[in-house]
Design a binder for this molecule. Structure first.
Ligand code: BDP
Length: 712
């Protein structure tokens, strides 16, 4: 017996699982369906699907596959009730009439799972008002079993709080992925629409299992070509594959496409010829994809064309596109991530300045997509001031799942706590409790059009997301989009149970590793409210010293402005008054460093290096402490993972083990490079006990990564 095999067998004896934990490559994500001795599903032998629609069919197939794997027994499909069996049926199925189930409140996508008696047999029923609801219920029941519960004890009711739960793929037509760290694009545009890679179905399964119901196929930095007939046909092939799984496709639209594809002289949204071109284009897309979701648009940002090129507003642009898709019930997701080189205003203020005056002027099928923070997906950003200040406009959240600024593929940073922190943040717009989650789920200002988008971390790597732990960020995004009130801890527990095994001995240490991992990244990269100090372009590794690039906001220096005496950007009333963009009650708190959360201190305020922190130490001492804590956490991750070795299959263990070593080394690099630079500016010595950086500043400055992945 090989050592790996012996290790695998040993691992499963310890884990209480019934088959060897042989090497796995992560392809199966959280849908592994490995046999569990603890699951109590041995008597589930049949899956009855009452109905034969495509969605009910795939729900039945998934249930059969899942239960067969988890119970290590063959599972038959049948239309007859068998004791202990699972029944999947829409609530309007005649056979369920006598049950009088409370399905009215489930809406279009909610589900209900109950143990009931049907035709005299005790069965587990998964039901909903729609086929999609049944599919979500099927996955919920599988999760219940995968996380160690018995089938017959399932009593589950859930409905999504957010309507559009969307992955944004920043995938280019040449197969590269902007900010992608998991290999080439999943979409093989070259062989589509002919070749329908089975992987597209697995992608849809994974998404449906967490409730994701939309997929924007192409990069927001869009090429007009994706709107040409051949590419519409390719998108249509993907839409056909995703449809049974309840997933609609959307496309990023290049605003100047009427010029590039239509030969028009202008893309002015108020020009009738332009509007007519988009209407015809929308009609063409809907002929190929009848349930096409609509367009996502990045306009007048980072060089992209947009309505402002014609002195029109974002609302003019969005409403013109909205009119084109409205007859087909499509929507427009218009991004608020805007900033322009010509604008001398603080980058952090520009989106609000552009969008706030437009509140109430967007068409009813437009939703404005706002990044979680005002700059750009930093390890920590205060929530975006547009949340809570545009009551008359539906706003959707844009999170970044791919970790552009958080160590990319190799660093372990579970983003659940970051999503949670943003969603729980209180805008104070209508008194306490006006959280970002309430803006996003529409309850604060009574919007029915609601959404959450996540910039995907998915590519062609066997493990989809570049590492096992990165899969957790895809998973957590879906769960938070379904329910913004969920908790990162509960989500991590489910993920760990499904991804490894549901025993406490595995789940507890894995969740502990995950829980503080994002905070550790904040500590070793951007403590106390720093942001955007990553090296320019690829955003990998430290570069706080960079200050010589053409556009001011491309320079990390722009974001910290450290001098001998002080550091930070003053965004309070004594500075550029960015804090006044928040609702007044919050703006008052953020105006003063003493009432600003310390974790956001340098984001909002410029303070001396000697500024006293709540701990009693100086800012400088506090900063050094954060860097050291971050590095220390990464060492802890390594030892926690080593202790898990007997419980994890060999291949996934080894990759994570190696990545944790990279992370530890690079956390040290981040700390040392940052401290070398800060010391060169402030002239201060390290506090007693703190280790000197391994190299001098010039060494850190000399590190270059011209071929870092994901950099356009
Ligand atoms: C930044 C990325 C850039 C994206 C941009 C965006 O660095 O590649 O194009 O955001 O969101 O985070 O449009």
């Amino acid at each position: 017996m090989s050592n790996a095999l012996k290790r695998g067998l040993f691992a499963c004896l310890l884990a209480g699982v019934a088959t060897p934990a042989l090497a796995e490559d992560g392809y199966d994500l959280w849908l592994r369906y490995h046999p569990l001795t603890t699951s109590g599903i041995a008597d589930a032998t049949t899956v009855a699907v009452l109905g034969d629609t495509p969605t009910l069919t795939v729900a039945g197939q998934e249930m059969q596959r899942g239960l067969a794997g988890l119970s290590a027994h063959p599972i038959q499909t049948s239309v007859a009730m068998r004791p202990g069996g699972v029944v999947l049926a829409r609530a309007d199925t005649p056979a369920l009439r006598s049950l009088t189930l409370a399905t009215q409140t489930l809406g279009e996508e909610g589900y209900l799972v109950r143990s009931v008696t049907l035709e005299g047999q005790r069965v587990t029923l998964v039901t909903a008002n729609t086929d999609r609801g049944v599919l979500y219920g099927a996955f919920a029941l599988l999760r219940w079993v995968q996380t160690g519960h018995s089938l017959s004890s399932a009593n589950l009711t859930s409905m999504p709080h957010v309507a559009l739960r969307v992955l944004d793929h920043w995938d280019n037509l040449d197969g590269t992925v902007e900010r992608g760290y998991s290999g080439q694009s999943l979409w093989d545009w070259w062989t589509l629409p002919d070749y329908r890679d089975p992987r597209y179905t697995d992608y849809a399964r994974a998404n449906a299992s967490i409730g994701i119901n939309g997929s924007v196929l192409n990069n927001v930095n869009a090429k007009a070509d994706s709107l040409t007939a051949p590419y519409i046909a390719k998108a249509a092939a993907l839409a056909d594959i995703f449809r049974p799984y309840g997933i609609k496709v959307y496309l990023s639209a290049r605003f100047s496409a009427p010029i590039e594809l239509g030969g028009l002289k202008t893309a002015d949204p108020l020009d009738p010829k332009v509007a007519a071109w988009w209407r015809a284009k929308a009609d063409e897309i809907y002929r190929a994809i009848p349930d096409f979701g609509g367009f996502l648009v990045k306009a007048n940002s980072e060089g992209q064309p947009g309505p402002q090129d014609y002195h029109r507003t974002h609302a003019d642009g969005a409403n013109m596109l909205a009119a084109a898709v409205a007859p087909h019930k499509g929507i427009v997701m218009w991004r608020a991530f805007v900033y322009a080189q010509e604008n001398a205003e603080d980058r952090a203020k520009q989106a609000y300045d552009d969008f706030h005056p437009l509140d109430g002027t967007f068409a009813s099928n437009v939703i404005v997509q706002v990044k979680n923070g005002a700059i750009d997906f930093q390890p920590r950003e205060p929530f975006h001031p547009l949340f809570g200040t545009m009551p008359k406009t539906p706003l959707m959240m844009e999170f970044q799942i791919t970790k552009e600024y958080l160590g990319q593929a190799t660093h372990l940073a579970y983003l659940g706590p970051m999503f949670e922190e943003t969603l729980r943040a209180d805008t104070l717009a209508h008194g306490t409790g006006s959280t970002v989650a309430r803006v996003v789920d529409g309850t604060l200002d009574h919007h029915a059009l609601t959404g959450m988008a996540g910039v995907a971390n998915i590519g062609r790597d066997r493990d989809w997301s570049g590492s096992t732990f990165n899969q957790a960020n895809w998973y957590a995004f879906g769960r938070f989009a379904w329910n913004p009130d969920d908790t990162s801890d509960a989500i991590a527990r489910d993920w760990a149970a499904m991804t490894f095994d549901p025993t406490t001995a595995t789940v507890t240490p894995v969740v502990r590793m995950m829980a503080g991992s994002r905070e550790a990244v904040v500590d070793y990269m951007t403590p106390l409210g720093l942001g955007h100090v990553m090296a320019t372009g690829h955003h990998y590794g430290p570069g706080p010293w960079i200050s010589d690039l053409k556009r001011p906001e491309w320079n990390p220096y722009y974001y910290h402005r450290a001098t001998k005496d002080a550091i930070g950007v003053e965004r309070g009333p004594k500075g550029n008054a960015a804090t006044a963009q928040y609702a007044p009650a919050l703006a008052r708190l953020l105006a003063d460093p003493a009432t600003t959360p310390e974790r956001d201190l340098l984001w909002f305020h410029r303070v001396p290096w000697t500024y006293k922190l709540r701990s009693g130490g100086t800012l400088w001492q506090g900063m050094v402490g954060h860097y050291d804590r971050g590095v220390g956490y990464t060492a802890g991750l390594q030892s926690a993972w080593t202790a898990l070795r007997p419980r994890i299959d060999a291949e996934r263990f080894a990759k994570t083990d190696t990545f944790l070593a990279i992370q530890h080394r690079e956390a040290q690099w981040w700390r040392d490079a940052s401290l070398s630079y800060w010391m060169s500016v402030n002239g201060l010595a390290l506090p007693p006990g703190a280790k000197s950086p391994a190299h001098d500043l010039d060494w850190y400055k000399a590190q270059h990564f011209p071929y870092a992945p994901g950099n356009p």
